[in-house]
Design a protein around this ligand. Structure first.
Ligand code: SAM
Length: 327
């Protein structure tokens, strides 16, 4: 069988895989200050188990995978997983979302194993602020990671910036200038209040507002990007080699074009990041489920994919932290 679609006729061809709930940073918008309970090692899918799931999904129409976490690079031997996934015939795009702190060490090895490209999360260009936002990280390590990713050919390297009012909104222009003078591909993400009890609009800077500020540098020209599966809308500043993307989970949600499923580190299939519905694959896998049985569970997850999320209407998300389900 090829070609999957959900009950709302959305084609589903993209699987995001959280390979670990562990992270080497503690970003304020992702994790509560007190930290989160960690999964037991036994509960985390092995690379072979992830391979079995992706192989079954690929036979149903999934052809793109993204590795995320937690921080995928804190899991030992990640290139072994990439090599396994690259060996699946129908998978033609393997990407990773990372904070880039360890990327300088692994970029070449990951590329060699079959990783195609990376998105790197970076919310500030100021060392002190980087430490505040990540609660522990080092900006220089991420900048080295960006350089190493480009040198290794993990391209296009996209930089994800979560914009927060009163925190890093003063750097929107600095990031936009990077698309002109350094050819960066920058994607500005609207902040989602998923930690604690914040009001919806507390730290929100809408993409419309970001755009207006960036246009003080020149008119943004709509741009088509060839590589990617995501919901960003892309533009270019005059003369820029890089692009500017906007991801608008709050002011213009893109659920109508959602093409993805998520696999959590502990083996649950999640039809939507922002809904708590999950279908367990770990126990069936460990009880010897056949490929056919796995496919039935994958179909069930797709059938239960909700039409959309309700963050913008102020509905709180009370479920597992992003680090566990793969943001
Ligand atoms: N550790 C990796 C990283 O930092 O890229 C992967 C996991 S992280 C949860 C994945 C993405 O989710 C990052 O780009 C991060 O900026 C984004 N993210 C996390 N919390 C968010 C929030 N509250 N609002 C918007 N984006 C968020």
């Amino acid at each position: 069988m090829t070609g999957l679609s959900d009950s709302f006729q959305r084609p589903i061809n993209y699987l995001r895989i959280s390979v670990t709930d562990r992270c080497n940073l503690r970003c304020v918008y992702c994790m509560p200050a007190e930290g989160v309970d960690l999964m037991a090692h036994y509960d985390i899918l092995t690379y072979e188990e992830i391979h079995t799931v992706v192989k079954a999904a690929s036979e149903m129409g999934i052809n793109k995978v993204r590795l995320t976490g937690g921080e995928p690079l804190v899991r030992a031997g990640l290139s072994n997983l990439i090599r396994l996934l690259a060996g699946i015939e129908a998978i033609n795009d393997i990407s990773m979302t990372t904070n880039g702190n360890l990327l300088a060490r692994y970029a070449a090895e990951l590329k060699e194993a079959g990783l195609n490209r990376v998105n790197i999360s970076l919310d500030t260009l100021k060392p002190e602020k980087f430490r505040q936002i990540t609660r522990c990280g080092n900006l220089e390590d991420t900048l080295e990671g960006i350089k190493a990713a480009k040198a290794a050919g993990l391209t296009p390297v996209k930089i994800n910036v979560v914009v927060m009012a009163g925190v890093n909104e003063d750097e929107i222009i600095d990031f936009a200038i990077k698309t002109v003078n350094a050819g960066w591909h920058v994607r500005f993400i609207e902040y989602m209040p998923v930690v604690g009890d914040e009001p919806l609009t507390g730290k929100l800077v809408s993409a419309t507002e970001m755009r207006a500020r960036i246009e003080s540098l020149g008119k943004l020209e709509p741009w088509k990007v060839d590589v990617g599966n995501g919901p960003a809308k892309y533009y270019r500043l005059p003369g820029a080699a890089g692009t500017i993307g906007f991801i608008t989970p709050i002011t213009e949600h893109f659920c109508y074009q959602c093409n993805r499923l998520r696999l959590t580190a502990d083996g649950k299939l999640r039809p939507c990041l922002l809904s708590e519905e999950e279908i367990d694959l770990k126990e069936p896998l460990r009880n010897g489920a056949s490929a056919l049985e796995l496919k039935e569970l994958i179909e069930k997850a797709i059938a239960s994919k909700p039409e959309g999320h309700h963050l913008a209407e102020g509905k709180k998300r009370n479920g597992r932290p992003f680090s566990q389900v793969g943001g």
